[in-house]
Design a protein around this ligand. Structure first.
Ligand code: AMP
Length: 512
């Protein structure tokens, strides 16, 4: 039986080093030494939360339990049993009984064990970062790829059973973990791409789907029972009867579907995102809102059909299963595209119909639950801002000798100056490089080896896809995929867009 002191020492060693590799090795060494049945106890200890969950022991009781402490004889089973009994205590005099049980546990523990126990009970050892380390440690201990462990843990919802399978049966043991009906999994996420051409270049032949500006839904169906979950896995079945009806109307009997619920106008164009979200805010379906704002369900992925998990199947096979499993009106419109032009044409058509853009998805890719892999790329309509150039960097390579990379600022009406929020050298033609080099040198105020600072006079129209949080700029935001559309000689710097406009845009994006 493994000594509790062994867990405490390992945890101490992990806390004492900043090296991720050493942390993993320390955890892995302990995992290898454990006896059957101990993984379920020890992994939660090391991750900072006992398997019993929160024990609701008040801080005062912990303090009064501190004892001089003896020689270490506790096993991990002793601690687990003590926690089990603490968790089970109820009724009259429970505080007293808990205090007694705690004291009995603490007298048997050394001072460092007591310290660990106290921190475990308070929840002080819980740290998000440890989960990833533990996952890698399981992989190291079992000598299997970390990606296999991560995948299995996503479906199992806990690491201990995954660790046991990995240590007992290696990769083959991990393959048994998969999606299960009525157990929601974290949805797969997408990465942004600058445009349809760029997305196609990254994907090769791809499925290009409408990107609907609604709300993500994950639907589980087993016979007559249907459950609907949001992107963060909250259950919203009662609020979305149309989505439930779409699942019930589907020919397949057991299903896990990924898709989007959206409020459409009679002509098929979408209502604003905020309107769709009004339907999600309700605890219950209410007929008035439903009649005013009916939802449509568009599914774009099928994780399980008629009992068969499909998460590891390529998208092409999942799409075929989806088309068989649900009614045609509930399948997200898509085309198979081989060239950037085909994808761009479908994108333009999606925009004309009022949709947000397209998703470009690699046809051979599996469903990577909970991950923002590179195989789903979102292409949205670009926004533009008129910004002021504050400084320029000398180009390199082919652009040596030209002023190229622009430092972009938005007007700050409050402070009276400009606030930098991005740089770009994309989109500039040779003629523009030549022109701007001349114009900037005429406005030079200072320079160092790389950068020429200029009077903030020239306004440039910048296209970009998103505004993201950024520690690099004082305003805390940065433009993503910024590129030059054209100079705006017709505009003075006093007419450029303001930082308030940028902030509003950022907040409207963050609101979803
Ligand atoms: P974003 O919220 O801009 O990061 O884009 C990702 C979201 O787009 C997903 O979480 C879905 O809610 C939504 N979405 C709309 N259409 C699709 C689609 N065809 N495939 C995947 N996600 C989609």
């Amino acid at each position: 039986m493994t000594r509790f002191a062994d867990v405490v020492e390992t945890s101490g060693r992990v806390a004492a080093t900043a090296s991720r590799r050493e942390k993993i090795e320390a955890f892995a060494a302990l995992l290898r030494r454990l006896e059957p049945g101990e993984l379920e106890i020890v992994i939660p200890f090391l991750s900072g939360e006992p398997r019993q969950g929160r024990l609701s022991v008040p801080f005062a009781a912990l303090r009064s339990a501190q004892a001089p402490g003896g020689e270490s004889r506790l096993t991990v089973q002793d601690v687990d049993r003590a926690f089990e009994s603490l968790k089970g205590m109820r009724g009259k005099g429970v505080a007293q009984r808990r205090a007694t049980a705690l004291r009995e546990l603490f007298v048997r523990a050394t001072p460092s064990e007591q310290d660990f126990l106290a921190r475990l009970i308070i929840g002080e050892l819980r740290q998000g970062a440890l989960e990833g380390v533990m996952l890698d440690a399981v992989a190291a201990a079992a000598d299997v790829p970390a990606a296999d462990v991560r995948r299995a843990a996503t479906f199992a919802g806990a690491l201990a059973p995954v660790a046991r399978a990995a240590l007992e049966a290696g990769t083959a043991g991990l393959r048994h973990f998969s999606v299960q009906v009525m157990r929601p999994v974290m949805p797969m996420l997408a990465q942004p791409a600058a445009d349809a051409q760029a997305a196609m270049a990254a994907c090769g032949t791809a499925l290009v789907e409408w990107k609907l500006d609604g709300a993500r839904v994950q639907v589980h169906k087993e016979g007559a029972q249907v459950k609907v979950f949001t992107r963060s896995l909250n259950e919203v079945t009662a609020a979305l009867p149309e989505v439930v009806a779409a699942a019930l109307a589907a020919p397949a009997q057991s299903l896990i579907l990924d898709g989007e619920a959206i409020a459409l106008r009679p002509d098929g164009s979408p209502h604003p995102f905020q309107d769709t979200m009004r339907r999600f805010g309700r605890k219950k379906d209410d007929a008035d809102t439903r009649d005013g704002l009916p939802l449509s369900a568009f599914f774009f992925d099928c994780l399980l059909a008629d009992g068969h998990p499909l998460v590891d199947a390529p998208l092409e096979a999942r799409r075929a299963a989806l088309e068989r499993a649900v009614l045609p009106e509930n399948v997200t419109p898509a085309v198979r595209a081989a060239t950037g032009e085909q994808a761009a044409a479908f994108y333009e058509d999606a925009l004309r119909r009022g949709h947000e853009g397209v998703m470009v998805k690699s046809l051979g890719s599996p469903y990577e639950a909970g991950r923002r892999g590179g195989t789903w790329l979102k292409v949205k309509r670009a926004h533009t801002l008129d910004l002021v150039v504050l400084a320029v960097e000398w180009g390199s390579g082919r652009r040596k000798g030209w002023l190229s990379n622009l430092h972009l600022g938005a007007r700050d009406p409050a402070g009276g100056g400009f606030v930098m929020l991005g740089k770009t050298f994309k989109g500039l033609t040779d003629a523009m490089l030549e022109w701007q080099t001349r114009e900037f040198l005429a406005r030079e105020t200072a320079r160092d080896e790389w950068i020429v600072r200029v009077r903030p006079e020239l306004v440039v129209e910048i296209a970009f896809n998103d505004i993201q949080k950024s520690p690099h700029y004082p305003c805390g935001m940065a433009l993503r995929f910024a590129r030059v559309k054209r100079y705006r000689p017709d505009k003075a710097a006093t007419q450029a867009d303001t930082i308030d406009t940028v902030r509003r845009l950022f907040e409207s994006q963050a609101g979803r």
